[in-house]
Design a protein around this ligand. Sequence first.
Ligand SMILES: C[S@@+](CC[C@H](N)C(=O)[O-])C[C@H]1O[C@@H](n2cnc3c(N)ncnc32)[C@H](O)[C@@H]1O
Length: 248
Amino acid sequence: MARCMGPGLRYPGSMDRSDPAYRGQSDYSPLLLKLYDPLVLGLAARLVWRCPTSRLVEGYRRHVHDRHLDVGPGTGYFLERAGLADGSRVTILDPNGNVLDHASRRLRHLDVTAVEADVLKPLPVDGPFNSAALHLVIHCLPGPLARKASAVANTAAVLASDGVLFGASVLGRSGPHTRLSRRVLAAFNRRGAFDNLDDTADGLREILAASFQHVDLQTVGSIAIFAAINPRTDHARSRGYPPVDGPG
Ligand SMILES: C[S@@+](CC[C@H](N)C(=O)[O-])C[C@H]1O[C@@H](n2cnc3c(N)ncnc32)[C@H](O)[C@@H]1O
């Protein structure tokens, strides 16, 4: 499927290496994308983060709708299992072209629009969407949480008034970690693939509540799983979380 962004939308191109968000997306080479499902979703989710992938699939199946925006789709594993009818309209958005190519190939049964863009900047997409996912993405975004709030606000801004944002994110050092998950957390943060040492469940709830009227957040193992409905875009703007670049 061709990479396309809909009529009248600009093509932002690849992310600059000096961008604070660069490290969180740069590891996704074609090789890593081949290994991602068995290693990250098969082994690490259960053994390191203690959150079974089946629990994460359940969240997708509960909240996804036709006309869905998937931010940071990775391999497309969850969208493939989301139970969407063939031909459902899905927009996948990611700064990494390898991710867009891999997920588009896998999701050929859906009507996919692929957009090369950074969720920390205003989203060049044709909304409104009925559902959106930030699934295992927030822990990859550059901290602090105040900057990550732009990703939530930018996504809220393209949702329908009864739309839902759902997803999951690995918690930082104050989260419920084991000795193993603490070591992996530290290693991923040193590498730059994660930037979440200071991410807390309360902090995540707060940035979601700034942009949505209703927020549900649960912790399973070291992962926060959330769903937020009814975007309040005006309120989010007045709280200083406009759909623009985050600080720095
Ligand atoms: C850990 S993977 C999660 C993939 C998938 N959502 C899943 O749950 O398996 C993180 C994804 O977020 C993307 N990502 C990282 N930084 C991003 C950014 N600033 N804007 C949009 N996507 C980003 C990565 O390229 C990758 O596709």
